[in-house]
Design a protein around this ligand. Structure first.
Ligand SMILES: NC(=O)c1ccc[n+]([C@@H]2O[C@H](COP(=O)([O-])OP(=O)(O)OC[C@H]3O[C@@H](n4cnc5c(N)ncnc54)[C@H](O)[C@@H]3O)[C@@H](O)[C@H]2O)c1
Length: 354
């Protein structure tokens, strides 16, 4: 059964074969050229199913992006834009982004810029992509060590979430999705937090109920505040410090986005506890769960200053102040908080010495 989640564009949850995807191909995009953007793994694990299931895709051009955050860069976009021009892709044509958060972020960016915007459809194939990256219209790429520094707010024409793609996803990638699911719970749903921390194995996350709940949380927040003027900022919980760590390690020993967010949430919950706005009992529960899931990273305390200066250039900030979110309890979060350098330094020292 397909579940439709109300939003500005169709979000369908369930088997792709039973969704309205086929109708779109047969009708709206009947005369369009179709380009499918994949990365190396979605190419190997997901593309064949798509092409063999839908006759309309037999002639589609496939464009392969190199896997990994270090390739979420302008140079790769240029190559794709040139290829789109070579194939004479025009405003009536369609891009299908089939892959994880990097493919949907980059593919969406590529589509939203090309010829001032052509239609794209997202078919996420990672847990993180399904419950977070493909929803909410943020497209983008990195600039040097700065995450998602170039981008647009552009919604896909449709989003199809079929959890059967997750069968081939490595366990550590489930952990990355778990990070963002825990974030959704921590910022606005204590019951969901209790459900999520009670799972016995990461594979339990693949059951529709958890995915659906997480999508609904994200979708509700972004529908209320599409351009991140206020409540959408809550979704940045864990990302102020997380992005700093992720960007800093990008050209050293890169860690995944989910791992960085997991550690960022730990650090930002630590700040909340230090400010005495999060109770000790809840802090200890968050600490117990997050330290069990997200491995510690090896950073020297002499490197902290460099991480903080990266954070200063994050697009969430202005006037040199570092902004972030704090938790007042599990399920409640306050945004637009100024983080002092000393507070961040203490939180990073805490992470290093766990
Ligand atoms: N736009 C947003 O609102 C938003 C929100 C959160 C994260 N993001 C971005 O998303 C990215 C992280 O997304 P991600 O964790 O999906 O990373 P990813 O796209 O790199 O995918 C993770 C890994 O899984 C592989 N993979 C994909 N599908 C697979 C499948 N079905 N089977 C086996 N392997 C598969 C990929 O090749 C990759 O190696 C980051 O760049 C982050 O900034 C964006």
């Amino acid at each position: 059964m397909i579940k439709n989640i109300a939003s500005e564009y169709p979000i369908e949850l369930g088997s792709l074969l039973n969704s309205s995807f086929h109708n779109l191909l047969k009708n709206k995009y009947k005369n369009s050229k179709i380009v499918i953007i994949v990365d190396e793994n979605s190419h190997d694990f997901c593309l064949e199913f798509l092409i063999t299931s839908f006759d309309e895709l037999k002639e589609a051009e496939v464009m392969l992006l190199p896997t990994g955050e270090e390739n979420k860069v302008m140079e790769v976009c240029f190559q794709v834009w040139e290829a789109l021009s070579d194939y004479q892709i025009g405003r009536k044509d369609l891009i299908i982004n089939l892959g994880g958060g990097i493919v949907t972020d980059m593919g969406g960016f590529i589509a939203s810029i090309f010829k001032r915007g052509i239609d794209f459809i997202n078919i996420p194939t990672t847990l993180l992509g399904m419950i977070d990256a493909s929803i909410g219209g943020k497209t983008g790429i990195d600039l040097g060590p700065y995450k998602n520094q170039l981008g647009t707010f552009t919604n896909p024409k449709a989003l199809f979430i079929d959890s059967s793609f997750l069968g081939t996803l490595p366990k550590h990638e489930l952990m990355n999705g778990y990070a963002e699911m825990l974030k959704h719970a921590l910022i606005c749903d204590a019951n969901h937090w209790n459900e999520l921390i009670a799972i016995e194995a990461l594979e339990d996350l693949i059951t529709g109920a958890f995915i659906e709940k997480s999508i609904r949380i994200k979708n509700q927040i972004v529908s209320e505040d599409p351009k991140e003027a206020n409540v959408r900022k809550k979704l940045n919980f864990g990302h102020t410090i997380g992005h700093g760590i992720e960007g800093y390690l990008l050209d050293k020993e890169p860690i995944s986005h989910g791992h960085a967010v997991g550690l960022g949430m730990l650090a930002e919950a630590f700040i909340s506890y230090q400010r005495r706005i999060l109770s000790e009992e809840q802090w200890l529960e968050i600490e117990r769960i997050l330290t069990a899931v997200f491995p510690k990273i090896e950073i020297e305390s002499t490197e902290i200053e460099n991480i903080i200066s990266l954070m200063q250039n994050d697009k969430k900030n202005f006037s040199g102040e570092i902004k972030g979110c704090v938790l007042t309890s599990i399920g409640n979060c306050e945004f637009d908080q100024n983080f002092g350098n000393k507070e961040i330094e203490e939180a990073l020292n805490y992470l290093i010495n766990i």
